[in-house]
Design a protein around this ligand. Structure first.
Ligand code: ADP
Length: 281
């Protein structure tokens, strides 16, 4: 695998608090990777290390570069939307495009313009006149118009309604993604990125608890709906989690064979949200 990101034993300490604890992972070229964890899990900290915005212990390489030593070089090929990304409220959209075109050598102004033509954002609007959803779209327009090899998005749809969230991810895959590019997205709203991702990484209290391509997720986890009378027998097969449903209990198994489970109940693939709950609790 041609890895865009290689982390080995990556750790970050804030005083006595360990925000990242011995994280090792790879992000392959052409992948759309979800770094998913609850608030405070260490997602933003990890991204800040990758982008050379934070010091760290351990080994890290991004696009073949050391983020601590080669940050300026690295940022030519990376586009980033921070979870706290703020645009100046007084600036007009057209001025923003002008500014980007003047400062970023890989910014394609006509691409941003085309993207914005599909939205309700007007060129002569000021940022202060746009809704929160429109500001996020504007950020996306800027980020995807940079000819970057690696796009990093930190909770990009936080605070948006469902329509904007769905549109955001559609635009991301239609207007930006191709095989030469790689996307790393952090979120705690797993449901909405489920269809988009090629790889899933769960992070909890600074540690990676799962790291798998989506195809492998489908092969590794099975969910089974069990009636009361079969429950004890099904529990003996050692599910990793159990939850109540209308029809009885739903048990989640890792590395079990569907053929061994079928006699106890109806089997299916779990949703990523249910898998996330199981791995986090
Ligand atoms: P996430 O992005 O998953 O919500 P963060 O990476 O922002 O989590 O934070 C991980 C943990 O590190 C949290 O407990 C947070 O309070 C702590 N943390 C983040 N930044 C700092 C900092 N500059 N100083 C001290 N603690 C921090």
């Amino acid at each position: 695998m041609n890895a865009i990101v290689k982390a080995r034993g990556l750790s970050k300490q804030y005083g006595n608090f360990r925000a990242l604890d011995n994280v090792s992972l790879n992000v392959g070229q052409g992948r759309i990777v979800g770094l998913i964890g609850p608030n405070g899990a260490g997602k933003t900290t990890a991204l800040r290390c990758l982008l050379g915005l934070s010091t760290y212990d351990g080994e890290l390489s991004v696009l073949g570069k050391n983020p601590k030593l080669e940050r300026m070089h690295l940022l030519r090929d990376v586009a980033y939307i921070a979870d706290t990304a703020v645009l100046p409220s007084w600036i007009k959209v057209e001025q923003l495009l002008e500014y980007m075109a003047g400062t970023h050598p890989k910014f394609d102004r006509s691409k941003a313009q085309q993207f914005l033509d599909q939205t309700e954002i007007m060129m002569n609007s000021r940022v202060s006149q746009l809704s929160k959803g429109m500001v996020t779209q504007l950020h996306l327009a800027l980020a995807i118009s940079i000819d970057a090899k690696f796009l990093v998005l930190d909770e990009p749809t936080l605070g948006l309604d469902i329509l904007y969230r769905k549109r955001f991810y559609e635009q991301l895959s239609n207007d930006y993604f191709d095989e030469g590019r790689t996307i790393l997205i952090t979120t705690h709203q797993v449901e909405e990125v489920e269809q988009l991702l090629t790889d899933l990484i769960f992070i909890k209290q600074g540690r990676i608890v799962m790291d798998m391509p989506m195809e492998e997720v489908a092969e590794s986890f099975i969910e089974m709906e069990v009636q009361e009378e079969q429950l004890e027998a099904a529990r003996a097969l050692k599910p990793i989690s159990e939850r109540s449903s209308l029809g009885g209990k739903v048990l989640l198994f890792e590395n079990a064979r569907a053929s061994d489970l079928r006699e106890f109940g109806r089997v299916r693939s779990p949703s990523i949200a249910d898998l996330f709950m199981a791995k986090m609790t």
